[in-house]
Design a protein around this ligand. Structure first.
Ligand code: PMP
Length: 375
């Protein structure tokens, strides 16, 4: 039976990548060593790591004035590492955060430990749009309502809220908001590499790898070089971007195997048409699933249509007493990890780059079948 894994992360990886990793497990390219056994300073791993960086640069068209780093600690550690590195880049030493769901709230709370942090906008309220009511964190505040401090060292946004399934498809134009000097710091953990993205819109991008880029254990950080070198005095040296960037991710021992797998994923993406091809594929998958949900009164997605995530699709069964039966039936058909996050309940299907349309179609067939038998 084919198994389709809808986990929010760590999540499905491309089968070809896993097959290649298996084939190379004991002997990487005739070296006689597994990648896990290599010195992080040896010629082999240096090649693997630099190639992963170069391929990521190609995929995302990252210019040279941005450093690309593979770090540890996950996006959660970055929530502290970023203020430690960026708060003191400007004299006011403050930062602004936009709150659109669980992950941005977590980032905001962590940053508060390091300085004066302001909320530029929040969707933590119920709002009506064209006669329809949307709940807390099921929409995104209009950019014109954001109150960004022109003195802020950065403006933090979580561009895809993995739990709420809320995605921002356009970044604010900071010059139009009158805050051209405030760089964006973006948590793109759950949709990095999902489509082309103009990196130069941001001062910093970070993403835990374990959704769209590879296995857990490595965090991708892309940062404009002119923001480096102003870390707070107590910032651990292994978390000072200037140190990590200067050593091309080898300031200390990096998560070598995770970086290797990310590198294989980047090559898989390049081979399969890059991010433009991914964008088309992801749009088709999201349309397939949202259309099925919208066509039925049995299921419901709570997010404002303009901000529905193409990666994480939360939905509820109108009759929540059927949740266990739904999940059990799904599991029997090889449709795994559909249970929603514990904080919101219901269901969630995460359909990252590695999930083919076929997997989404299998889910849609099951949605229809379950409704027929229980509706
Ligand atoms: N930000 C977002 C958007 C996430 O989805 C996650 C993980 N689900 C995190 C941050 C935290 O990542 P980690 O567990 O790697 O620290």
């Amino acid at each position: 039976m084919a198994v389709w894994n809808f986990s929010a992360g760590p999540s499905k990886l491309p089968t070809e990548v896993l097959e290649q990793a298996a084939a190379e497990m004991l002997d990487w390219h005739g070296s006689g060593m597994s990648v896990m056994e290599m010195s992080h300073r040896g010629a082999e791993f240096t090649q693997i790591c630099d190639e992963a960086e170069d391929d990521l640069r190609t995929l995302m068209a990252i210019p040279d004035d941005y450093a690309v780093m593979f770090m540890q600690g996950g996006a959660t550690a970055e929530n502290a590492i970023i203020p430690m590195n960026l708060l003191e880049t400007r004299p006011a030493k403050t930062a602004d955060y936009v709150l659109t769901g669980s992950w941005s709230v977590k980032s905001y709370k962590e940053a508060q430990r390091f300085g004066q942090i302001n909320v530029a906008a929040t969707s933590k309220s119920v709002r009506e749009f064209e006669g329809k009511t949307y709940g807390e964190f099921c929409w995104v505040p209009d950019v014109n309502e954001w109150k960004v401090n022109p003195e802020a060292s950065y403006l933090h946004i979580c561009t895809n809220e993995t739990i709420g399934g809320v995605e921002m498809f356009e970044m604010p134009n900071m010059a139009n908001l009158g805050v051209a000097d405030v760089p964006l710091a973006l948590d793109m953990s759950s949709h990095i590499l999902a489509r082309p993205f103009d990196v130069t819109q941001a001062g910093l991008i970070y993403a835990g790898a374990q959704k769209n880029a590879g296995p857990a254990g490595v965090t991708i950080v892309i940062v404009k070089r002119d923001l480096l070198g102003k870390a707070m005095p107590y910032c651990p040296s292994a978390f000072d971007f200037a140190n990590v960037a200067a050593e091309r991710s080898r300031f200390n021992t990096p998560p070598t195997y995770s970086i290797y797998i990310c590198g294989l994923v980047f090559k898989w993406l390049l081979k399969n048409g890059g991010l433009t091809a991914m964008a088309a594929r992801n749009q088709a998958k999201a349309d397939c699933l949202y259309n099925a949900l919208d066509a039925s009164d049995f299921y419901h997605n709570m997010v404002h249509p303009a901000y529905r995530s193409q990666m994480n699709v939360p939905f509820i069964l109108r009759d929540e007493s059927l949740n266990s039966a739904f999940l059990e039936g799904a599991k029997q058909r090889g449709l795994l990890a559909l249970k929603g996050h514990k904080s919101v309940g219901g269901m969630r299907a995460s359909i990252y780059n590695a999930m083919p349309l076929e997997g989404v179609q299998a889910l849609v067939d099951y949605l229809k079948e379950f409704e027929r038998s229980h509706g």
